[in-house]
Ligand binder design. Sequence first.
Ligand SMILES: CC(C)(COP(=O)(O)OP(=O)(O)OC[C@H]1O[C@@H](n2cnc3c(N)ncnc32)[C@H](O)[C@@H]1OP(=O)(O)O)[C@@H](O)C(=O)NCCC(=O)NCCS
Length: 147
Amino acid sequence: MPVHVRLMRSDDSAPVAGLCGELGYPSTPAEVAQRLQILLPLDNQRLLVAEDDEDGVVGWVHVQHALVLESGPWAEVAGLVVTERWRGRGVGRLLLEEAERWAAAHGHRAVRLRSNVIRKEAHEFYKRRGYQVLKTQLNFQKRLEHG
Ligand SMILES: CC(C)(COP(=O)(O)OP(=O)(O)OC[C@H]1O[C@@H](n2cnc3c(N)ncnc32)[C@H](O)[C@@H]1OP(=O)(O)O)[C@@H](O)C(=O)NCCC(=O)NCCS
């Protein structure tokens, strides 16, 4: 396959931002560049892109160590997306496998992720890759006037 997986770099911000939009989180390249500046130096985060020789960056995955007071640590896939034209060609699998390899290499025995209930196709993809539903949740937010 002409697609290979490599570490994300700060100069990937434009295609990565485009893919954030495809994931449902419209972001500008400048916003992504700002986030990358924070995330890329952290060794508890792994950001990878799938790159095609001709089409450039066609997907990305972000996996991280997660820890909260009541549980953990565990590895969490914080985001995964493949550009529409490239879906169904094994790129998502490639990215997820690399994320899992990183998690295993860091001693994690499980990988978790959250996926919106409307993403039926992604759910099928995850089930095919051996993931099981643990629970469903409500996601709350309160906007702060002076936040
Ligand atoms: C979910 C997503 C990342 C999967 O990536 P992809 O490159 O299309 O998936 P792949 O081609 O690697 O598929 C891998 C496996 O999943 C299966 N699969 C993929 N999409 C599927 C679908 N809609 N229904 C059933 N199986 C599916 C493939 O058949 C393949 O199975 P196999 O390895 O046993 O042959 C991609 O579709 C995507 O970016 N979707 C939009 C964004 C999104 O929902 N991201 C997840 C947020 S939680």
